[in-house]
Design a protein around this ligand. Structure first.
Ligand SMILES: Cc1cc2nc3c(=O)[nH]c(=O)nc-3n(C[C@H](O)[C@H](O)[C@H](O)COP(=O)(O)OP(=O)(O)OC[C@H]3O[C@@H](n4cnc5c(N)ncnc54)[C@H](O)[C@@H]3O)c2cc1C
Length: 397
């Protein structure tokens, strides 16, 4: 094939969300030549649909004990805040910290358990009771009979996070359309190369030592394309609620009820028109919520506020919902695996962060799996389209 150019880099990453972009920044900072190929605007999929909570594990610990999940997450708030100060391999100084903490509030019937739990040794230093004089606006009413705790788990703005991560690897990141200008070449359960057609029509073979699958729900298709039988992917659906009204007060909170999962988790965002958005996840958005249609889900949300937070004025608010799947390795139990997932299959690393918060942990595992750089790795620029930045759910048409 005359005129067929070939290049070789250390690592090709397939994906365009927090997993791909955080990992690409870390590998680049370690001196690797990296190429990121994505198939949609950056952050499309789970990352821009995330609530932006950088869990430190308290939410999982509330279930009764400090679980594997809470251990894996404990270091993450510190890691993100360091990146937001510009310390370490990932520079998130330009990203927006929406809140440096969340409020943990209890339904009236669980006050005694929650007080006991937050007084316990396990959580000392990770939370503190809030005295009534310091209650945030949402709870500043005698009508609220529960207790409030502060948990030091920050909330970030996912759109600004993706924008800043993308900035760090702008020259390395490209948009491809599989089957049109890109083809995965596969042999014996490994990726041998990616066959690219550049914007000028030239054919190009992209080789690499390792190929990282960090494509979220797209990993399922990539795995079957390469013929990797294990791991398998699980998709766990959510049906999130959005309440939009100008000038809603800040509300970053985890509600504690009787069950193992918080009934509602609320974060606050601004849409592109400057209107405030309360974004609702938690148990409300899990299976029972998934089984409801949009009208019934909105009714469930309204009923929750009418019952537990009736003093909040939501007159004139716009309510809508969005559905999105969480993509993870199959656990067999239907639950989320405890930490970030990274497994090698030949020259493929199969990854799912399983949480936005765990992206730094995932990137570290990928770096451990891809030590050093190839002596024949090249630096080059590819004449391919650049992906734009995706949109948050409330800004989608
Ligand atoms: C509603 C919701 C709320 C959440 N809230 C939180 C939270 O508050 N805190 C938290 O820690 N976690 C949260 N999560 C989990 C978190 O969002 C995800 O774990 C994380 O964003 C996954 O990132 P990712 O990069 O693996 O996947 P994604 O963000 O889904 O990105 C995958 C990307 O790969 C691209 N892609 C797909 N197929 C291909 C292909 N064949 N080739 C190239 N590119 C491809 C897609 O276009 C997409 O942009 C939430 C998840 C959901 C669904």
């Amino acid at each position: 094939m005359s005129g067929l150019q070939q290049v070789k880099c250390d690592t090709v990453i397939l994906g365009g969300g927090v997993a791909a972009l955080w990992t690409a920044n870390v590998l680049k900072a370690a001196g690797q030549s990296v190429v990121v190929l994505t198939n949609a605007p950056l952050g499309s999929g789970q990352t821009l649909a995330a609530q932006g909570v950088i869990h430190g594990g308290v939410k999982y610990a509330v279930a009764g004990k400090l679980t594997d999940s809470s251990e894996a997450l404990a270091a993450m708030p510190g890691r993100w805040l360091a990146a937001m100060r510009g310390e370490g391999p990932v520079d998130l100084r330009g990203a927006d910290l929406l809140s440096d903490h969340q409020i943990l509030w209890s339904l009236p019937n669980v006050v005694s358990q929650i007080v006991g739990f937050f007084g316990s040794k396990a959580l000392r230093g990770r939370s503190a009771a809030i005295s009534r004089g310091d209650y945030p606006v949402v709870f500043d009413t005698p009508a609220y009979k529960g207790r409030l705790f502060r948990i030091d788990e920050p909330v970030v703005d996912p759109v600004s996070v993706v924008r800043e991560l993308a900035r760090g690897v702008a020259d390395e990141t490209h948009l491809v359309e599989w089957g049109t200008n890109a083809e995965l070449l596969v042999e014996n359960g490994e990726v041998t190369a990616i066959d690219l057609t550049l914007t000028n029509g030239q054919k190009f073979l992209l080789r690499a030592r390792d190929f990282v699958f960090a494509a979220g729900a797209g990993n399922g298709h990539l795995l079957s394309r390469v013929g990797i039988a294990e791991p398998r992917q699980q998709l766990r659906p959510l049906h999130q609620l959005v309440i939009r009204k100008r000038d809603l007060p800040p509300f970053y909170s985890v509600c504690v009820g009787n069950g193992p999962k918080p009934p509602v988790v609320v974060t606050t965002h601004l849409d592109s028109g400057g209107r405030t958005v309360w974004y609702l996840g938690g148990d409300l958005a899990e299976q029972a919520g998934v089984d409801r249609d949009e009208t019934a889900q909105i009714e469930a949300g309204r009923a929750f506020f009418a019952k537990w937070l009736p003093w909040i004025d939501l007159a004139g608010a716009e309510w809508f919902t969005c559905r999105i799947d969480r993509a993870e390795p199959l656990t067999g139990t239907g639950d989320r695996p405890p930490g970030a997932y990274c497994q090698r299959r030949g020259n493929v690393l199969v990854t799912w962060p399983t949480k936005l918060a765990l992206a730094p942990a995932l990137a570290e595992e990928v770096l451990r799996e891809t030590p050093g750089t190839l002596t024949d790795a090249q630096r080059f620029s590819l004449d391919l389209p650049r992906p734009g930045l995706g949109k948050a759910p409330w800004d989608l048409p």
